[in-house]
Design a protein around this ligand. Structure first.
Ligand code: ADP
Ligand code: MG
Length: 213
């Protein structure tokens, strides 16, 4: 049994990720109200609407589709989210195949490229209380599982767990990037909204993979 996903499954994972973010809109905005301006849920839902629109129009190859998704998300105004999550998808597209199935090492390369794309837009590191705190461990966990021979489901499970842990770990941090930086220590006590979104995206992709519908 070849452990790969085809384009239809990729679309299913992304749609499930969008749905789970949508279901957490109020929670994400609430988290952004501690240190930010309380709009993260609204902005993420707009980004997910752009993602779904691009998937509706998708022609059938991962590379072009992720590029279109990234471009669409990039166009979401309202601050940091559009550029950060848009560049994630745009950069993933560069490592995605133009045709055929996608295996675990290729998915690992795509996530690595996505992380690198985000890191071109921010110097935030783990510990700065941003989406990087969930994205970096999630991507690393995916790669480690995939490159040690794990199947795609195991890699998504590892990534979802690591991203969730990374997001939770931001609770006691003081923000050093983004709007929440302005409130300093007052941002302590709640997890970073962007990191929480990343955890939800990995959870959604993992759930979408298990859902054979
Ligand atoms: P804004 O702060 O512009 O209102 P959002 O509320 O949609 O944007 O998103 C806030 C999230 O974006 C933060 O929780 C953080 O994870 C992420 N973020 C903001 N600025 C940066 C940055 N410079 N580097 C990395 N992540 C950032
Ligand atoms: Mg905000």
């Amino acid at each position: 049994m070849g452990d790969t996903i085809d384009f239809a499954v990729l679309v299913r994972l992304l749609r499930r990720a969008a749905a789970i973010v949508r279901a957490h809109e109020a929670e994400l905005s609430r988290l952004d109200s501690f240190g930010g301006d309380g709009d993260h849920g609204t902005t993420m839902v707009r980004a997910m609407g752009q993602l779904e629109g691009a998937l509706d129009a998708a022609a059938g190859d991962a590379q072009t589709t992720l590029h279109e998704v990234g471009w669409a998300i990039m166009g979401v105004d309202g601050g940091a989210t559009g550029p950060l999550f848009g560049s994630l998808c745009m950069a993933m597209s560069g490592a995605a195949p133009a045709e055929g199935e996608i295996d675990a090492p290729t998915l690992a390369n795509m996530f690595d490229a996505g992380l690198a794309g985000v890191q071109k837009n921010t110097r935030a590191a783990v510990g700065d209380k941003t989406m990087i705190d969930a994205l970096l461990p999630g991507v690393r966990a995916f790669a480690q599982a995939a490159r040690s021979g794990g199947d795609i489901a195991a890699a998504f499970a590892a990534a979802a767990t690591a991203a969730r842990q990374g997001a939770e770990d931001t609770t006691d941090m003081a923000a050093r990037f983004g709007r929440a930086k302005n409130v300093g220590d007052k941002s302590k006590g709640a997890p970073d909204p962007g990191a929480t979104s990343v955890a939800l995206l990995f959870q959604g992709m993992h759930e979408g993979l298990r859902d054979d519908g």
